[in-house]
Design a protein around this ligand. Structure first.
Ligand SMILES: [Zn+2]
Length: 152
C-alpha cells in the first residue's frame, strides 16, 4: 500500500475549491466521508478561525476584557480558553446561595475583584497557560478574595 491509496479529493464547502485529504479507514468508509462530511480547505479554515476569534474578542471587550496580544494561532486558542473560563465563573456565581443580603454583597464584590484580576491579563499566553483552571480553583480564589474583603 502506498500513500496514494489513502488520498481522496474533496471539495471545500465555502469556496468550492478541490483539495486532497488523507483518510485511513476502510475504503468504503472513506468514500462515505468524502461524500457526507463538510470539508473546508486550509484557507477557509484559517479565515473562519480568524472571524471566530474576532467575534470572541469583541464580545469579551464588551464585558470589560482587553484585547489580547500574541500570535494569530495563540489568539485563536486564548479567546476560546477565555470564553470557557468566563463561563465557569458565571456558572459558579449563578449557583451560589447566600445566607443573607450582606453575604450576597460580599460575594458579588469578590466576583467583581476576581474579574478585575482576569481583566488585567492581556497576554494570550497567560490564558493558554491557565486553560486547565477548574470551577474549584476559581471558587478557591473567590473565597480568598472574600476573606480579605471581610478583613478590610
Ligand atoms: Zn475553501
Amino acid at each position: 500500500m502506498t500513500e496514494d491509496n489513502f488520498t481522496y479529493e474533496v471539495r471545500c464547502e465555502t469556496c468550492r475549491s478541490r483539495f486532497k485529504v488523507q483518510l485511513f479507514e476502510s475504503h468504503e468508509r472513506n468514500l462515505f466521508l468524502v461524500d457526507k462530511k463538510d470539508w473546508y480547505c486550509d484557507k477557509c479554515k484559517t479565515a473562519y478561525a480568524r472571524r471566530q476569534t474576532a467575534q470572541l474578542s469583541q464580545a469579551h471587550q464588551e464585558i470589560g476584557f482587553p484585547e489580547l496580544t500574541g500570535s494569530a494561532k495563540m489568539l485563536t486558542w486564548a479567546e476560546k480558553v477565555r470564553a470557557e473560563l468566563i463561563n465557569k465563573v458565571n456558572y459558579l456565581k449563578q449557583n451560589i446561595t447566600h445566607a443573607d443580603a450582606a453575604a450576597e454583597k460580599l460575594s458579588n464584590d469578590a466576583f467583581d475583584s476576581f474579574f478585575m484580576e482576569w481583566q488585567a491579563q492581556t497576554s494570550a499566553k497567560w490564558w493558554i497557560d491557565n486553560r486547565r483552571m477548574t470551577v474549584r480553583d476559581i471558587s478557591k480564589r473567590i473565597a480568598e478574595i472574600s476573606a480579605s474583603l471581610k478583613k478590610s
